[in-house]
Design a protein around this ligand. Sequence first.
Ligand code: UD1
Length: 433
Amino acid sequence: MEKYLITGGTPLVGEVEIGGAKNAALAILAASIMTDETVTIENVPDVRDTNVMMQAMESIGAHIEKIDRHTFKINGSRIHNQVILNEGIKKIRASYYLIGALLGKYKNAEVPLPGGCHLGTRAIDQHIKGFRSLGATVNVRHGSVIAHTDNLHGSHIFMDKVSVGATINVIMAAVMAEGRTVIENAAKEPHVVDLANFLNSMGANIKGAGTDVVRINGVQKLHKSEYTIIPDQIEAGTYLMAAAATRGDITVKNVIPKHLECIYAKLNEIGCQVEESDDAVRVVATKRLGNTQVKTLPYPGFPTDMQPQMTAILGISQGISIVTESIFDSRFKYVDELTKMGSDIKVEGNTAIITGVDKYTGAEIAAPDLRAGAALVIAALTAEGDSVVTDIRYVQRGYEDFHLKLAKLGANIQLVEEDDEKKPESVFTAVVS
Ligand code: UD1
């Protein structure tokens, strides 16, 4: 088990290169097996979730050649069955993309129910509704989703909820269906657009991705492609938040600034200076920041995946702030950890009422999930004294070289192996001394 040892109090300053978007990569990797030809994918982030996805693809016969750390050649022509038995896949949410990809190409899929972060109820009824509407039989048995069809046909589907996962999954299942599919109330997130662009580069005919109506004209087959994944909106946003929280000056490079507007608009509102260029965004904070109200919403609203990081900042900003989580029903578990650091945050239902304190104080804290883990690291970077962040396997699911990138910006952070035999107290004492 690994953990971070962090000594807070240093403003983070400098430039950081942003990698490929994890959530786009997971969908694109799954979709890459929808052709018998070889697909080259660049800018794949080297994080736990993408590695687990590729292992699951290999377990059913996909051939994956690593060209360099972020580039892979994938060939799905030797896929011999559509039953995913891989244990690791149960831990990631995006396992469900293999249902859409396998059903779309092979008309058959058996995939364990998705795992991922525990953010409350995470139903997949809209995915199943979409698959059924396209003509598949879908059942959940013994913990797996089992989907089968003799023939997928186009359909008009109205999503009851705006769902990133369901939109992407139904697009994948529909690209080779007979006729035309229309998805209404579709999600508009950048990774939905990236997945559609990737499939179009393979010969699919998808229009309207990025709006709430997506139209897909089924094609007979898909072909080879070379594709570069978009930069990660949430990784970039996390570093911008780290700049704001530590009163630093960080430029995130290799980003699409448009995707970050919904994030940096809030930082600007509470007193940060923001500069945008073609492929970079700089955030500078020189003073204690102010209060605000934030409500998470589907894109282009404020992303739920930035909510914990924003709360961590508001916890040490002036005045009373309100953060409302409208996407997931249990996304404030990390607040107990911030309390250990001296925060004053009350959670009522899906709303956090935050009274800003002067500063956090170092503590031993545990990451409850991926983005909350990042938020706790940010809090520790601002705190007086030393902190230990445990359970960082969650953070490693979605941030490549997190501690190294932060250290390059001046953070005092180390990744250490936790010896299971060793008492946590002794490690903590060693850090403090
Ligand atoms: C994706 C992202 C995740 C992000 C989330 C919202 C991936 C791998 N994960 O998750 O990081 O936080 O989008 O931007 O891309 N819902 C249903 N029925 C469904 C599907 C969803 O009720 O069939 C509900 C969910 O419980 C949730 C809301 O709709 O309350 C949004 O979920 P969704 O957009 O599907 O999120 P994910 O695809 O799981």
